[in-house]
Design a protein around this ligand. Structure first.
Ligand code: GDP
Length: 455
């Protein structure tokens, strides 16, 4: 894809610190040379060699397993050398220092994967999936990342790209050969294909949305007056005692954050300082932070104490603590302390707002709240078919879908073949952004090689 890398890079592939085994990975043209200097011999590719590792003066540093993968049959597509030594930070540092003195450079973050991408070992979506697999916060997230890493997501994108290219060929042929007896654009072949692509793109977008939720999660702010039970709700949802719960109003002085997991959906819960006028500077800072968190959230849980006759803390009341004029996220009203009022936990809709009656302290109605939160972002806990996706992918799929719809409308309303062809090209470009493949645009060659124009 690009010029091969001339430099050789080295890095610790395992986490820093002490452990049974640590691995140092090297990639690039100096691997043979480094093996010769540190191991005293060239090693056979894909065989485990148990050998002493030495520095350049011949002093033994460690003893372990050395592996060699000759390019292009390696992760990066270049020659790769791996040293599996004893997991001590000093030993590993000495090993890396020796490799650096052989002319290698310290790898930048992600550089091994980047080289794999440039050498066509992985596409962009797969390279991203490596990071997502490592970072995954739940089993479901790990499974989806693996599905993307093994190329299932990319494969579906590529199949869709092929369909778009095929349709482009057909439409462009109709434009280039207007004197043909058949009116290419008028037959329903084009609309049938367009319908199919629209449908597949929609499915892909929906499973990418699920994947992105698995990765990014949902941000929920717990807001409300002091003593309403915000910290108690946070504790009840997270199952931990992270917030200080007292009956002195204003105990929660700062923004506290928790991450819990509802069937694989990461929920970033933020408990804010009680929304009220600050009495001192510390409290003021807490309130300022709270307003920022509120602006950025996917949903606000507005907690009220149903036992003190307090009704609804209107949105305007939240608004007075927020300086900017940004639109507030949707609000769910939580009527807490239902154990005191002897109400039954439940969920209802009042004035198009969801109202959940529960007791944080007695752990009543929490399941209702959790399933409401999942529903509000359209999260479906599914073990299969979800790909790990990022906002970048969703954005590209959304733009692809937009171009497709525009082209479709132009065809139906104005019989505008040229505009459809252009929109199909833009659809293709958006899809290619996901895998990072910018295929050659030699459409004409494709038309003549695979299309029989009839003469
Ligand atoms: P915050 O200031 O909004 O964070 O409120 P806290 O969570 O600190 O709770 C204030 C007081 O209300 C504490 O004494 C809690 O034990 C109590 N509390 C919170 N939730 C409930 C509930 O569901 N039932 C009852 N009976 N008391 C609650």
């Amino acid at each position: 894809m690009t010029e091969p890398h001339q430099s050789t890079i080295v890095a610790l592939a395992t986490p820093p610190g002490k452990g049974g085994v640590s691995i140092v990975r090297v990639s690039g043209p100096l691997c043979h040379d480094i093996a010769q200097k540190l191991l005293g011999q060239s090693i056979k590719p894909r065989y485990a060699h148990y050998l002493p590792f030495r520095d350049l003066t011949g002093q033994q540093l460690d003893q372990g397993i050395a592996l060699f993968f000759d390019g292009p049959n390696s992760f990066t597509g270049e020659d790769v050398l791996e040293f599996q030594g004893h997991g001590g930070p000093v030993v590993m540092d000495l090993l890396i220092e020796t490799i650096l003195s052989c002319g290698a450079q310290l790898a930048k973050p992600g550089e091994f994967s980047e080289r794999a991408f440039f050498n066509d070992k992985l596409d962009l979506a797969q390279a991203e999936a490596i990071a997502d697999l490592i970072d995954s916060g739940s089993r479901q997230a790990a499974k989806s990342a693996l599905r993307s890493l093994t190329g299932e997501f990319s494969q579906q994108i590529n199949q869709l790209v092929e369909k778009v290219i095929y349709l482009r060929m057909y439409v462009e042929a109709a434009i280039d050969f207007p004197d043909e007896e058949i009116d290419f654009l008028a037959d329903d072949k084009v609309t049938l294909q367009l319908d199919e692509i629209v449908k597949e793109l929609k499915q892909l977008l929906s499973s990418a949305h699920q994947g992105s939720l698995l990765r990014e999660g949902m941000k929920v702010v717990i807001a409300g007056k002091p003593n309403a039970g915000k910290s108690s709700l946070l504790n009840a949802l997270s199952g931990k005692e992270s917030a200080i719960v007292t009956d002195i109003a204003g105990t929660t002085r700062d923004v506290l954050s928790e991450q819990i997991n509802i069937d694989g959906l990461p929920l970033h819960i933020i408990d804010t300082a009680g929304l009220r006028q600050a009495r001192d500077k510390v409290e003021q800072i807490g309130i300022e932070r709270a307003s920022k968190e509120i602006e950025q959230a996917d949903r606000i849980l507005l907690v009220v104490d149903s036992s003190d006759g307090e009704v609804h803390l209107a949105q305007q009341e939240i608004r007075q603590f927020i300086d900017s004029e940004v639109e507030l996220p949707p609000v769910t009203l939580i009527r807490n302390k239902c154990d005191v009022t002897n109400e039954v936990a439940g969920i209802a809709t009042e004035n198009s707002e969801t109202v959940i009656t529960l007791s944080a302290k007695k752990r009543l109605g929490l399941a209702l709240l959790k399933s409401h939160l999942k529903q509000s972002v359209g999260f479906e806990a599914s073990e299969s078919g979800t790909f790990m996706a990022r906002r970048r992918h969703i954005d590209a799929l959304t733009r692809a879908s937009h171009h497709l719809q525009t082209g479709y409308a132009q065809l139906v309303e104005m019989a505008a073949g040229e505009i459809l062809a252009e929109e199909l090209k833009l659809t293709q470009n958006c899809l290619n952004e996901i895998t990072g493949e910018f295929s050659s645009d030699d459409l004409l060659g494709k038309i003549f090689s695979s299309f029989c124009i009839g003469k």
